[in-house]
Design a protein around this ligand. Sequence first.
Ligand SMILES: [Zn+2]
Length: 218
Amino acid sequence: MCSGLILHGKREYNMKEVWIATPNRLAVRNGEEKSKIHCHLHHKDMSCRNHLWIGIRNYFLTGLALDFAAIFKRASTQPPSPDLWSKLKHFQLFSAPLACLYIALYRSIHCCLNHFNNFSDQINHALASCCAGLCYFLYPQRALFCFAVLQAVQTLWQLFKIANSKTTNKCFKFFLNFSYRLITYPLTQAYMAHVYVMKPQLCSPFTVKILDNTTNGQ
Ligand SMILES: [Zn+2]
């Protein structure tokens, strides 16, 4: 669900939320290019197979770079010891296979649906982006889940703002345009830090990661 919402917002309304993948471009509407490719998706003259393969390759390389960055970060924060190298040798890839699987599910299902059914591209895209979220069952990380929920709530709020952007009610307009981040961000951060210090066992790994990054591990 979260995956579907986020990709829908990014694709239809050009939202800037950070997410694992960027959405496929909108389908060709004028019918001119439909004759060149069977799929209605706008991936130029590229075949669906190439579109899928290029996505998998690019996302794998990006994920690999992130995995290596995480390894170097871990190595730099640990004190030098004889078994550090043996620990680092047994690292596990996480971002690379996750990004690969996500983009493979998303692009292949979207292209297949556009080939084989007569629904509109919007419906096919919604189905494909929801199905791509199934990769969570293979990589059930709580941090990933929390991040997806957070981004989905942000997308919902943006969609709500867009749907009510033409309101003439001044109070409602103020309510919509108020910068809630200025208040909620410091409050949330303060609450998280308080819980982390008083009862660290209640903090999720995602919370700990955010706090460590914002305070530089201090
Ligand atoms: Zn295609």
